[in-house]
Design a binder for this molecule. Structure first.
Ligand code: GDP
Length: 428
């Protein structure tokens, strides 16, 4: 049985949560393989509206096993708060497992993220979500991180935390002029979560191998989008872990050859949170019109509440992102949002220094790229939210999907026409 990947084709916030939620219904296991609480998936189902940050989207499907793989940045306080919120809303306790090799986000990672953004100032800051993700992954690759399983051995844990603080406290005191972090306080904070964590700990990859061999279905849920990949994305406006399907074998722990079905999720327009070049960006009233209509409550970040930058569909960035993901099919979301426009612009190429290109250039060229737009006919005033089959869509909407499909060169197999779970069209 193959592993199905649900991953972002662009900057993140593409609507992966909804697509994963829809596909999770037929999966035995949903596994997260990278990132942490720095992104948010919005899921709207019969139990209400939920913004998931760390929990896999399979938590609403009874009998689904949800795993945080070794590649995830696990913030225990945030994880348990999210879980409690779900339980308080009446969702039955999900089967949640944490890979014992997954690493733990420490309070010092969050502090350093904040201190560094403040030190950089508004002009130079990266627009971090300040969830500690960059310092966390920095420590992991510096080999001074703390693994989830370490919480079961106090002496070992203390040694790991001490190592993690040695150089950091020099930075805290001298670069940021902040108080040093205290080993005892951090260890006590971690141990306070150990009892609740212990029954969830498992060898995630071993479990996945076993279940794959038994023919079970696995869904690997990505966070953020391809353009945030540290190696291939818009560096340095990238994230610190790879959101690519190619990272699933590493971050979840499944055989590389098992990831054969890659669903890249893309919005029918563009949206982006944070700093960095965003070629098709709209401003002023034009942006506000789209922002207000986007998503289920307007385009505001699920984690930070920040207004998202919005603009027309970017065919250059999305084709590049789909290729990075190795997409075998695309889920196009938020098509309903465009119903207010008489004509819909689509970016088919960039103009950089007077030259037209369809390739995504290096960041320093992307900063000055201008979009080459094609105007597509709209379906103004026709509500798409009730459409449940390809035939239900107006001709202009079908034409728009076909145009996008030709541009990105991957079959658009799912079309989302509203925030709710049911507002989804499967196309043969
Ligand atoms: P994710 O991080 O990729 O899961 O995306 P987010 O949840 O941050 O953002 C997607 C937004 O779009 C959320 O507000 C969803 O409820 C909403 N959404 C998803 N699909 C659709 C759709 O087809 N139409 C509309 N109007 N909203 C959608």
């Amino acid at each position: 049985m193959p592993v199905t990947a649900v991953v972002g084709a662009t900057w993140g916030d593409e609507g992966k949560g909804k697509i994963t939620d829809a596909l999770a219904a037929s999966a035995n296991i949903v596994v997260r393989f990278q990132g942490g609480r720095n992104a948010g998936h919005t899921i709207i189902n019969d139990r209400g509206r939920f913004a998931l940050h760390l929990l896999p989207s399979g938590v609403f499907t009874p009998d689904t096993i949800n795993i945080l793989g070794p590649g995830v940045a696990v913030d225990l306080a945030a994880l348990f708060a999210e879980l409690d919120e779900l339980l308080a809303a009446g969702v039955p306790a999900p089967d949640l497992r944490v890979a014992h090799r997954a690493q733990i986000v420490l309070p010092v990672h969050v502090l350093q993220d904040q201190y560094e953004e403040e030190r950089l100032g508004a002009e130079r800051a990266f627009g971090s979500t300040r969830a500690g993700i960059a310092p966390f992954y920095g420590d992991k690759y510096m080999k001074i991180g703390v693994q989830a399983g370490d919480l079961l051995d106090e002496a070992w844990l203390r040694e790991r935390v001490t190592r993690c603080l040695t150089a950091r406290n020099v930075l805290f005191r001298h670069l940021y002029q902040q108080p040093e972090a205290d080993v005892d306080t951090i260890v006590a904070g971690l141990l306070a979560h150990a009892q609740r964590l212990e029954p969830m700990l498992c060898d995630g990859p071993a479990l996945l191998h076993e279940r794959l061999a038994a023919g079970e279905t696995i869904l690997a849920e990505g966070q953020l989008g391809a353009l945030r990949d540290p190696d291939h994305g818009i560096y340095p406006y990238s994230s610190s872990s790879s959101p690519l399907a190619g990272f699933i074998p590493v971050g979840a722990g499944v055989p590389a050859a098992s990831v054969t079905d890659v669903v890249a999720v893309a919005k029918a327009y563009s949206s982006c949170v944070g700093a960095g070049p965003f070629v098709t960006e709209w401003f002023g009233d034009q942006a506000q019109q789209l922002r207000q209509r986007g998503g289920d409550r307007g385009e505001y970040g699920a984690t930070t509440g920040r207004p998202r930058r919005v603009g027309p569909f970017d065919g250059v960035a999305t084709r590049y992102g789909c290729r990075l993901q190795g997409a075998t099919r695309v889920a196009l979301t938020n098509l309903d949002v465009l119903s207010y426009l008489p004509e819909i612009p689509v970016c088919c190429a960039y103009r950089v220094d007077g030259q037209q290109t369809q390739q995504l250039p290096l960041t320093r060229y992307l900063e000055k790229a201008e979009p080459v737009l094609d105007q597509r006919p709209g379906w103004q005033g026709q509500d798409l939210t009730g459409a449940r089959s390809w035939q239900d869509l107006p001709d202009a909407a079908k034409g728009y999907v076909d145009f996008v499909e030709a541009l990105i060169d991957v079959p658009v197999q799912m079309i989302s026409v509203g925030p709710h779970r049911d507002a989804l069209i499967y196309r043969d």
